[in-house]
Ligand binder design. Sequence first.
Ligand code: KIV
Length: 297
Amino acid sequence: MSLVAVREADLGPERAKVTSQSLLAQKRSGAAITSLTAYDYPTARLVDEAGIDMVLVGDSLGMAVLGHSDTLSVTMEEMLHHARAVRRGVQRALLVVDMPFGSYQVSQEETLRNGLRLVKEAGAEAVKLEGGALSHASSVRVLTEAEVPVVGHIGLTPQSVHRMGGYRVQGRSVEAVARLREEALRLEDAGAIALVLEGIPRELARAITAELTIPTIGIGAGPECDGQILVFHDLFDLSFRKPPKFVRSFGDAGAMMRAGLEAFREAVEERSFPADAESYHLPAQVSLEEPVELKGR
Ligand code: KIV
């Protein structure tokens, strides 16, 4: 029995492994696709065990976990390091890993080498890259032909922050609407298995979703996408910044952790931690009554 078959058997019929094919089937059936980012083993386990369909090791890693102000400095080595940890925590969800800025802009050969590394060294089941220009579509085609499935990403693409002049909603002019609709079709034609739509008007996302056969996953793109994705840390108020309009808080983990940290500090300071029940004890026959001498002096 193959490893995948064993895992599917472990998961049971209602928790069958998510694949690019099952995502397509979800789009066709109208069942919403759920997706979240994860960057380490515990968050990956939590997200996967909650039944989320797609886990993305996003290059938002740079901001959410590494404390950078944008995603541009994230490297292939950092993506590989975090993706390996996430891989160990994900069984059911489709595992997608972002190609970081600079890893697919230089040449098709380098794009392919980096895409293959994410699959071979970190166990990615698909990679994601930003942009819908002709060169991006060629990258999607090259990777797809090499058996590296690709998720596209258009609209507000954070790696283009300097060109965009900030994190601004895209696709509000007649020209921009036409360009984004064309980019979406181009990426589908190049073989993308799904498309992230970020920071675009709801009406445009709805139109693109209707025009594509592959699923769209929205973030700041309204409710009519085939699925929704958010950054894990945004979901739980752990991002230390004013969240964008499209983020909804689903719990204040920061407040819970702050209270716990304060309680720990107080317990240590007042010497109530560790209690006797949290301590190890000598067996009754071992005595500390004998004086100890430093031998060999
Ligand atoms: O890097 C990321 O986290 C992303 C999404 C949130 C879509 O690209």
